[in-house]
Design a protein around this ligand. Structure first.
Ligand SMILES: CC(C)(COP(=O)(O)OP(=O)(O)OC[C@H]1O[C@@H](n2cnc3c(N)ncnc32)[C@H](O)[C@@H]1OP(=O)(O)O)[C@@H](O)C(=O)NCCC(=O)NCCS
Length: 197
């Protein structure tokens, strides 16, 4: 039995839900814009690629990506891919997740990216009960760095000149991560202190 999907879930007024057919054209309308791709690793996706990947999500046992809605409009997307951890043969499979997000131009700067990231991490740890969550970003993607730190992930790696940027050449990259137990404990602490939601 595949795990039940974590969506729908509402975080700070942002509805995270499973993707539908009608979303593909909307995602395609912004996915390849330069302002969206400035700090993305995959900088172009054809309509066919988008259709194939987003329509496969519903039946996937490893892809729990979602779309984000604000006031009934698609305002962004979140990526959650279940994967194996690193290590030697014999390790348990499908214990970890990698997350990512894109906010649709016009919706940035109002907490959508933060809500999506929080929803993804909650889905991974609380719903899917995964062991570890990671996310990578270019070091100069300041909004994304802030989002990951706010979401309770720790900077685990600062890769000096490890990431190729089409305009800037080799630049620094960060990897963020958290383990389920520590993330749940920190969340319980902030709820008890009245600083979390
Ligand atoms: C990065 C991105 C997801 C941010 O989404 P958003 O909805 O605008 O983000 P939010 O409004 O939730 O919050 C961003 C946080 O970063 C902060 N921030 C924004 N720009 C910043 C900057 N230049 N320097 C420092 N902090 C910055 C904001 O103040 C906010 O923090 P706060 O809540 O403490 O005030 C969005 O711009 C995007 O989709 N970019 C293109 C795709 C992309 O880069 N995805 C991530 C790949 S790793």
């Amino acid at each position: 039995m595949p795990p039940l999907r974590p969506w729908p879930k509402t975080i700070n007024g942002v509805l995270l839900r499973d993707p539908q057919d009608a979303d593909i054209e909307v995602i395609a309308s912004f996915r390849n814009l330069p302002e969206v791709n400035r700090w993305m690793i995959v900088t172009h996706q054809t309509l066919d690629e988008l259709r194939r990947s987003w329509l496969a999500v519903a039946s996937s046992q490893t892809d729990f990506s979602c779309v984000a809605e604000v006031d009934g409009e698609l305002a962004g997307v979140g990526f959650l891919e279940v994967e194996d951890g690193a290590g030697q043969p014999g390790k348990p499979r499908g214990t970890d997740a990698c997350i990512g997000y894109i906010v649709r131009p016009g919706y940035e700067g109002r907490g959508v990216g933060s809500a999506v990231a929080r929803g993804l991490v909650e889905a991974a740890f609380v719903h899917l009960e995964l062991r570890r969550v990671t996310a990578g970003c270019f070091a100069d993607n300041f909004a994304s760095v802030r989002i990951l730190e706010k979401t309770g992930l720790r900077r685990e790696q600062h890769g000096r000149g490890d990431s190729w940027h089409a305009e800037l050449g080799w630049v620094d990259g960060y990897t963020y991560g958290a383990l389920r137990d520590e993330w749940l404990a920190a969340r319980a602490g902030s709820l008890a202190a009245g600083t979390g939601s």
